[in-house]
Unconditional design. Sequence first.
Length: 161
Amino acid sequence: MNGIDISRIFIVRIPSKEIELDNEILYRKLCRIIVSALMLSYSIRSDTAVCICIDNKVIEAFGNSIKRLYADESSCIGLIKTLFKKKTLAGLRISNNCALEKSCKTIYNIYQLLEGEYKELETPLCIELSVKNDYLMIRNTKIKFWYGIVIANIELDNIGI
């Protein structure tokens, strides 16, 4: 697991048919996912990682080693563009599979977590989200899927994981 202590892993699966041909839209979605998973007010969640799986390509981001991640979209898009050119940056890499997934004992669907449908949570806590459109229905409310990641982080903070 990259020699790090990770207690939360978000696994976000996006079918390629959900990705528009415009790279700027893809970059914005990737940034929103990474920022939602890793940002904590004005700092970074060092115990959290995220795997974004788009068919056979995976973007992994590690909170404990990522550099120059800020909440604003423009700087994050610059980071993503650089990643696509270099394939690896501090705390970011592109690979063919989610290596972090091997460390998961149980993978919870984000709906299970947000609806409180879990028993005992083990670390690393692995939360999977399959994106079929840009929205989730949580407690009869339609929200953008990256807000679901933010809400999951808050929920996990509240229960101490």
